[in-house]
Ligand binder design. Structure first.
Ligand SMILES: Cc1ncc(COP(=O)(O)O)c(C=O)c1O
Length: 386
């Protein structure tokens, strides 16, 4: 039973995203070779390697949440506007404003990009050990970036403290995770992800194809998974799919919380190469949705994620470590002892259709080359192995 009430889907985020520069639906790819390998009817992959000019889906949540945060700060709607230039003009009288966020890389980069386009200041906090390429990408969007001595939770706490210290009230936190008293913004982040799922529905309808049977989603704090639950567990949806969440071994805070039947912070946290999923505590607002709506959760190793990157590259899909996690998780659950029962529960049989949410491309190109042995550009172009 779901512990929260789900209303009808709201297309406000989709209408918002359609007005952003460079918006277009990301591809929904059909991967027959993987369907054959996995013994399922069809594998569809939502390819988020290029989204609103960035290499991950995160811009969907960051842009919508920043927009809603600005409206909440001003206490009024920013409508009407037809493009980002007009939106920036409507916002100009309220400046200066500054945005802060914590990130493992992708969310912060997306917040920084949106802040730059709107003329806002931006400071991003990253955990110790964040790859230099991720920091450079954030700074490349014009934000300042501070490495926090600690893990993701420490970076989150630092971003909240930074805003609290600004007595002028001109520093706004746009976090993708939530804690008691900070719930609206992370809910907007999660709502923003609905655009990805609306695009899947539209693509399937355009092809005259019916709904999928299983959706596989990578999980960090669970905000994306909550968006997936909100979409596929909405009232009145006929034949809803199973939903499988995938996390790294060592950062499986949602899976461990599910087993404990309460939201927990990991005691034995170990970061993985799946940087976007390196989280220790499920998001407060995401938790009731994922707890009530997931069909299962699985943890994968770094080796399994890297193997999935290689397998996807062989199909012409550029998937970063976190992006490939969905395939890695699917491979794990559909194989080994007990697989027949898991296939039945997850609706992953020969005639059934699976949707993989491949949430990022080569967000750390150097690591991609090391793990896949090819340039991401060559993979994207369908070129031969170098
Ligand atoms: C590429 C990518 N995929 C998936 C996720 C997981 O999202 P969430 O933290 O909402 O569970 C993240 C989070 O940063 C990410 O960067």
């Amino acid at each position: 039973m779901l512990a929260v009430t789900l209303g009808p889907p709201d297309d406000a985020p989709l209408r918002f995203h359609r007005r952003l520069p460079g918006y277009e639906p990301t591809p929904l790819r059909d991967l027959p070779a993987l369907a054959e390998e996995l013994g399922v009817g069809q594998v569809l992959l939502k390819d988020e390697s290029s989204r609103l000019g960035l290499p991950s889906f995160k811009a969907l949540g960051a842009s919508w949440a920043l927009y809603r945060t600005l409206e909440a700060h001003l206490g009024r709607s920013l409508e009407p506007w037809a493009n980002l230039g007009e939106l920036a003009e409507r916002l100009a009288p309220a400046l200066p404003l500054r945005v802060v966020a914590a990130t493992d890389g992708n969310h912060g980069r997306a917040v920084a990009a949106m802040a730059r386009q709107l003329g806002l200041g931006c400071r991003i906090f990253v955990p110790r050990g964040t790859a230099a390429a991720r920091i450079a990408a954030i700074e490349g969007e014009g934000a300042s970036c501070e490495v926090v001595e600690g893990d993701y939770d420490a970076a989150v706490a630092r971003s909240a403290a930074e805003a609290a210290e600004d007595r002028s009230g001109r520093t706004l936190v746009v976090s993708d995770t939530s804690w008691p008293g900070y719930e609206d913004v992370p809910r907007w982040v999660s709502e923003g992800y609905s655009t990805m799922l609306a695009e899947v529905d539209e693509a399937l309808a355009a092809r005259g194809e019916g709904p999928v049977d299983l959706v596989v989603v990578p999980m960090g704090v669970g905000a994306l998974a909550a968006g997936v639950v909100r979409h596929y567990r909405r009232p009145g949806l006929a034949d809803p799919p199973a939903i499988l969440g995938v996390e790294p071994v060592g950062a499986d805070c949602v899976g461990q919380s599910l087993r404990a039947k309460e939201r927990r912070t990991l005691r034995d946290y170990r970061p993985s190469i799946m940087a976007g999923l390196n989280c220790e505590t499920p998001s407060l607002v995401a938790w009731p949705l994922v707890a009530g709506g997931l069909s299962g959760a699985v943890a994968v190793t770094d080796e399994e994620a890297a193997a999935a990157m290689v397998a996807l590259a062989a199909q012409g899909v550029v998937a970063g470590e976190t992006g490939a996690a969905a395939l890695a998780g699917l491979r794990v659950v559909l194989d080994g002892p007990g697989a027949a029962e898991r296939r039945r529960l997850l609706r992953a049989g020969p005639g059934q259709r699976v949707l993989l949410l491949c949430t990022e491309g080569a967000t750390d190109p150097e690591a991609y080359r090391r793990l896949v042995g090819r340039d991401p550009e060559a993979v994207a172009a369908g070129g031969a192995a170098s």
